[in-house]
Design a protein around this ligand. Structure first.
Ligand code: CMX
Length: 134
């Protein structure tokens, strides 16, 4: 599976986006608040490869957000790896049968309107994994 994006937990979206844009030359292609997850997110990509792997910056909007808990416990940094899975539901079945059940019973809507699910890091060698549908 292709890596759709790499999630990075940040304390300030604007400050972190400035680093990726001004010093690494990425461009911001999307920004939104995901109310269900209590985060504001920004997606940044290499301008020469607009459909390529993105960096997703995640800034919590409430202390109870899972990203706020993550930053509180570990500080800002790499948060998750997201793989492109054109068909999320069948990929979830494969994970379930293989002993790595997703947190969700069925795909749900995530950032950018995509169908997504997450797999707990305890099943993935300490890395939070996301599947992102087409
Ligand atoms: N990467 C690696 N390890 C992580 C982790 C992460 N992102 N988040 C938590 N952990 C670790 C904890 O540090 C803890 O480690 P120890 O047992 O060694 O202390 C362990 O996993 C168990 O954690 P937990 O008690 O289950 O932790 P939480 O209550 O913090 O929940 C999780 C973890 C994965 C269930 C929760 O973060 C979750 O539901 N994530 C999916 C949703 C999400 O991340 N949303 C934000 C992104 C939204 C978007 O991209 O749009």
């Amino acid at each position: 599976m292709k890596i759709d994006h790499i999630g990075v937990a940040v304390s300030s979206l604007d400050e972190s986006a400035r680093f990726y844009k001004e010093l690494l030359g990425l461009v911001e292609v999307h920004r939104e608040e995901v109310l269900s997850q209590k985060v504001r997110v920004a997606f940044l990509v290499d301008p020469s490869e607009l459909g390529g792997t993105a960096i997703e910056l995640l800034e919590p909007t409430a202390p109870e957000a899972s990203v706020a808990k993550f930053i509180g416990a570990r500080g800002p940094g790499l948060h998750h790896l997201a793989f492109a899975a054109p068909l999320v539901a069948p990929a979830m079945d494969v994970l379930r049968k293989g002993g790595a059940p997703p947190l969700e019973a069925a795909p749900r809507e995530g950032a950018r309107g995509h169908q997504i699910c997450f797999v707990h890091p305890k099943h993935c060698g300490g890395v939070l994994i996301e599947l992102v549908g087409g």
